[in-house]
Write a protein that binds this ligand. Structure first.
Ligand SMILES: Nc1ncnc2c1ncn2[C@@H]1O[C@H](COP(=O)(O)OP(=O)(O)OP(=O)(O)O)[C@@H](O)[C@H]1O
Length: 447
């Protein structure tokens, strides 16, 4: 490995799964849908660097990790380990890779073999790789993860260890081969809060002491400052923001990151932090279409330039259009609650059902005319009317990624112009130098 070569490079990595195909799809000879679990992720991991990948359940974190360790085939892109793409690996390369890239899984209760003692669990990787002096190394590792004196632990089975102790053994098992990279998948999420901090701090010390690099995967942004210098925020298979941990927590740019940061519990009960509300849950990563993937939950979605509308009203119109497009507006049900059999009564009822915010002028007349088309059974025309007036750049255009050496965000609120303005106005970008500076512009995803 040359001096400046990253340990691990992930280049525009994609992992798609085939979605379910039903009998109608088969008869119509439709192509199976694709689940875009990881969709063009790039990053580098430098020697002794620790990077967190954060996102909600279903955003593709585990798929990314499982692809990194070869448990899933790569759909596209590549993983490069110390300069060699895994696509060019032979059997011996894979063996070396698996020795040097170790995983700590989420669940300490299942990741250890219940029949093995601590000694056997820690010695097993050494046996597999034919490494001698096992007893000495096992004791050394127990000391490193602070399970001492070793005699007290060596002959215990997992059932006789606490959750925190089990996870320390799991960390020891990952360290015993002296790896270069640790991939940690929610390593403390099953532990109680008081144990979490201790285990994470220990992991961080070990990374520093043993020159290990780490990708730390978690849904919990509140734990990253213990462990990672850099955070990448993942949403529906893509990174939407990346920055040094401190900057990201203090000055998140992407509305999704803002929402995650604002949800971190604050220990001081007198401090009233503003919450960024995020509606609903992420959609399935199937046929996600153009535009920003966060658009259907974003509290700051951008209306067309020429219309004047408040965010709440605009959000309602966007959501309604989504319902229409997904054929989820049940007119028959609404019809049953309309007392007068008149079209205008049905239009009023639909509006009451889906809209709380008042609209005025052209916004109101466009909505009414769309709802009238809908009441007449012309769903397509209703969608067209609403799209013509209200379609957002967030729906039609993938956000370009704005990249600073240490910070990037994929959001239409941060276009080139905005960034220039921020830079000249002395904004608070994360540009204070550091290990992330070597990341290429390419890592900034094709969102
Ligand atoms: N083997 C598979 N076959 C089909 N779809 C899959 C498979 N594994 C994952 N997925 C889908 O890929 C998407 C990403 O899942 P993944 O488990 O990677 O997310 P995650 O962020 O790790 O979530 P969690 O924290 O809940 O594990 C989800 O929509 C999931 O349903």
């Amino acid at each position: 490995m040359s001096a400046n070569q990253p340990v691990l490079e992930i280049r525009n990595l994609k992992k798609y799964f085939e979605g379910n195909t039903d009998i109608v799809d088969m008869l119509m000879r439709r192509e199976p849908s694709q689940i875009q679990a990881v969709d063009g992720v790039s990053m580098t991991l430098e020697e002794n660097e620790s990077v967190a990948v954060i996102g909600e359940s279903g955003c593709g974190k585990s798929t990314l990790l499982r692809t990194l360790i070869g448990l899933h085939d790569i759909s596209d892109g590549d993983i490069v380990y110390k300069g060699t793409p895994v696509s060019e690996f032979d059997k011996a390369d894979w063996k070396e890779y698996r020795r040097n890239v170790q995983v700590i899984f989420q669940d300490p209760f299942n990741s250890l073999n219940p029949k093995m003692t601590v000694r056997e669990s820690l010695a097993e990787p050494l046996n597999i790789h034919g490494i001698g002096d096992k007893e000495e190394r096992v004791r050394e590792v127990l000391e490193q993860v602070e399970l001492q004196p070793a005699e007290q632990y060596l002959d215990r089975k997992p059932e006789n260890l606490s959750g925190g102790e089990k996870q320390r053994v799991a960390i020891g098992r990952a360290l015993v081969l002296d790896p270069e990279v640790i991939l940690a998948d929610e390593p403390v999420s099953m532990l109680d809060v008081s144990t979490q901090a201790a285990v994470l701090t220990k992991m961080k010390d070990l990374i520093n002491d043993f020159d290990v690099s780490m990708i730390y995967i978690s849904h919990d942004l509140s734990t990253v400052s213990y462990i990672a210098e850099t955070v990448k925020v993942m949403y529906l298979g893509r990174f939407v923001e990346s920055a040094r941990t401190k900057e990201l927590l203090e000055d998140p740019k992407h509305p999704y990151t803002e929402a995650l940061v604002s949800a971190i519990p604050v220990p001081d009960p007198t401090y009233d932090r503003e919450r960024t509300e995020m509606s609903g849950a992420p959609r399935d990563p199937i046929d996600i279409g153009e535009g920003c993937r966060f658009r259907d939950r974003c509290p700051e979605v951008i209306p067309p330039d020429d219309i004047d509308i408040d965010q709440g009203a605009y959000r309602e119109i966007m959501s309604f259009r989504e319902f229409l497009e997904r054929e989820e507006v049940d007119l028959d049900r609404i019809q049953t609650i309309v007392e007068v059999d008149e079209r205008s009564a049905l239009v009023d009822a639909i509006q009451r059902e889906y809209f709380d915010h008042e609209l005025t002028g052209k916004n109101e007349s466009t909505l009414r005319s769309a709802l009238t088309s809908l009441a007449d059974g012309n769903e397509e025309i209703a969608i067209e009317r609403l799209s013509d007036r209200f379609e957002s750049v967030c729906e039609t255009t993938p956000p370009e990624v704005e990249t600073e050496p240490e910070w990037h965000v994929a959001c239409h609120h941060h276009t080139e112009n905005d960034r220039t303005a921020v830079a000249s106005g002395g904004g608070t970008n994360a540009t204070d130098g550091g290990s992330d500076a070597t990341e290429s512009v390419a890592h900034a995803e094709h969102q």
